[in-house]
Design a protein around this ligand. Structure first.
Ligand code: GLU
Length: 443
C-alpha cells in the first residue's frame, strides 16, 4: 500500500459517513500518487495529510422566529479548512441539503481553488440546513441575522471572510453584514459579495460565470478553436448559470438550456439576450424557473439537459448533478467538453465515463475560481477604501483565469496526449500549498 493510500485509509475510517468529502479527496489523491513517486519526496505525503484535515470545524445552533411567532432551530456550520495561504475564505450555503459532509468537501475544494487564484486566501466553507425557498423575506432576514450572531464570534477581516453560495446572494450578505456591524460596531470588509453601495466589488455577481467562460475560451484557443457558434447546454438557474449564459452570448455561442431541480428550460433557437435579462430579473425576485413559462418557452419537468445535442456542457447547478448515466449520454451526444461551473458537479463514475469517451473535463476548482478571485479583489479594495471600475476588475479577472488555465496546462500536459486539466489543477494547487506548508514548518 502506498503512503498516499495509507493516509486515505485513515480518512476512510474517520469519515466513514462523509462520502462527498471522501470523493473530493480521492479525486486529488489519484493524481498525487504518481506525483509523489516521480518526485521521490515523502514530505508530499505529509502535505497531503495536513491538507485533508480541517484546521477547525465549528457547529452552532441558529435560533430564529418564523412568521407565526414560533421559534425554530437550524444547524449552522463553519469549516475553516486551511489558512496557510491567507485568512480563511469561502462561501456560505443555505440549503436543506447542507451537512458537515457537504461543507468538508466544499472547504477542501475551496482550499485548492483559492490557491489557484494566486491571491492570499485560505479555504473555508459554511452554511446552514435552512431552505430559503420556502420562506418569506422577513423570515430570511431574521434567519440571516440569527446565523451571523453565531458566526460573528469566529470571523473577521484577518481571520475568515465568508461570501455567498447556493441560497446566499447579495441580499442575504447585506442582512448578515448589517448584523455583524451591529454586534461589533465596525464597518469592515468581513464579508464579500456585498452590494457595491457599501463596499462590494463591481463584477462580483457575474465573476464566477464570466470566469467559467474565460477559462473555456483559453481552453479552446489552446486547440485553435473558439466559442463562436458552439451549442452549449447550461444547467442551473443561479448566478453561476445565468452569468455563464450571459458571457457565452457575448462570445457568440448558443445557449440551449437552463435548469433547476424541477426540470429543464429548453431554448430551441438559442436563448436570446432579452430572454436572459428577463430571467435574471425574475430570479432576482426569487421566481423559480418552473414558474416562468412565459419567459423560457419550453419547460420540461423532471429532466436534466444532459444528452441533448451540444458541443459544450456547463454543469452550473450543484455537486454530483452528472452521474454515470448522464455522462454516457454526454459521450453519445458528441460533446467535446464538460466545463464544471458548479463545485464537483460530476460523480467519480461520471468522470471515468467522460474520460473513456474522450470528453475533456475542465475541473471546477479551476473553472469556477473566478468568483472567489473577485472576492479577493473585493478584500483588496476594502483594505484600500476605494472601488475599482468594472473594466479594471474584469481585466484582472481575465488575467487570473488565463493564469489558472496556463498553470493547468503546465502541470497537466501529457507527453502523448491532450492536457489533463484535472491533474493540472490538482497538482498546481497542491504544489503552491506544499511550498507554503514547508516554509511555515508544518511539514
Ligand atoms: N461560493 C463561492 C465558491 O464556491 C465563492 C466563495 C467566495 O467568494 O469566498 O467559490
Amino acid at each position: 500500500m502506498s503512503s498516499i493510500e495509507k493516509v486515505l485509509e485513515r480518512l476512510r475510517t474517520a469519515h466513514e459517513h462523509q462520502p462527498t468529502f471522501l470523493q473530493a479527496v480521492e479525486e486529488v489523491s489519484e493524481h498525487l500518487e504518481a506525483h509523489v513517486r516521480a518526485h521521490e519526496d515523502d514530505s508530499l505525503v505529509r502535505v497531503f495529510e495536513v491538507l485533508t484535515r480541517p484546521d477547525r470545524v465549528i457547529e452552532f445552533r441558529v435560533d430564529w422566529e418564523d412568521d407565526n411567532g414560533d421559534m425554530r432551530s437550524n444547524r449552522g456550520f463553519r469549516v475553516q479548512f486551511n489558512n496557510v495561504l491567507g485568512p480563511y475564505k469561502g462561501g456560505i450555503r443555505f440549503s436543506a441539503a447542507v451537512d458537515l459532509d457537504t461543507l468538508l468537501f466544499l472547504g477542501f475544494e475551496q482550499t485548492f481553488k483559492n490557491s489557484l487564484t494566486g491571491l492570499p486566501m485560505g479555504g473555508a466553507k459554511g452554511g446552514a440546513d435552512f431552505d430559503p425557498r420556502d420562506r418569506s423575506e422577513r423570515e430570511i432576514t431574521r434567519f440571516c441575522k440569527a446565523f451571523m450572531t453565531q458566526l460573528s464570534h469566529h470571523i473577521g477581516p484577518d481571520v475568515d471572510v465568508p461570501a455567498g453560495d447556493i441560497g446566499v446572494g447579495t441580499r442575504e450578505i447585506g442582512y448578515m453584514f448589517q448584523q455583524y456591524k451591529q454586534i461589533r460596531n465596525v464597518h469592515q470588509g468581513v464579508l464579500t459579495g456585498k452590494d457595491a453601495s457599501f463596499g462590494g466589488s463591481l463584477i462580483r455577481t457575474e465573476a464566477t460565470g464570466y470566469g467559467c467562460v474565460y477559462f473555456t475560451k483559453a481552453m479552446l484557443e489552446e486547440q485553435g478553436d473558439a466559442l463562436e457558434g458552439k451549442r452549449c447546454l447550461v444547467s442551473g438557474a443561479g448566478n453561476v448559470a445565468l452569468y455563464t449564459a450571459q458571457k457565452l452570448l457575448d462570445e457568440g455561442a448558443m445557449v440551449c438550456s437552463l435548469s433547476d431541480s424541477d426540470g429543464t428550460a429548453w431554448f430551441e433557437g438559442g436563448l436570446s439576450r432579452e430572454q436572459l435579462q428577463n430571467i435574471i430579473r425574475a430570479r432576482g425576485n426569487r421566481v423559480r424557473l418552473s414558474d416562468m413559462e412565459n419567459l423560457t418557452g419550453e419547460y420540461e419537468s423532471e429532466t436534466s439537459p444532459w444528452g441533448a445535442e451540444a458541443d459544450l456542457c456547463f454543469p452550473c447547478a450543484t455537486q454530483n448533478e452528472i452521474d454515470e448515466a448522464d455522462a454516457g449520454k454526454i459521450c453519445e451526444s458528441g460533446a467535446m467538453a464538460v466545463i464544471e461551473g458548479a463545485n464537483m458537479p460530476c460523480t467519480a463514475k461520471a468522470h471515468a465515463k467522460l474520460l473513456a469517451g474522450e470528453v475533456v473535463i475542465a475541473p471546477s476548482k479551476a473553472v469556477n475560481a473566478g468568483g472567489v478571485a473577485v472576492s479577493g479583489l473585493e478584500i483588496s479594495q476594502n483594505r484600500m477604501r476605494l472601488s475599482w471600475d468594472a473594466e479594471r476588475v474584469d481585466a484582472r479577472l481575465q488575467e487570473i483565469m488565463r493564469d489558472i488555465h496556463d498553470a493547468c496546462v503546465q502541470y497537466g500536459r501529457q507527453d502523448d496526449g491532450p492536457v489533463d486539466y484535472q491533474r493540472g489543477a490538482n497538482l498546481a494547487a497542491f504544489e503552491q500549498l506544499a511550498r507554503a506548508l514547508k516554509f511555515t514548518g508544518l511539514v
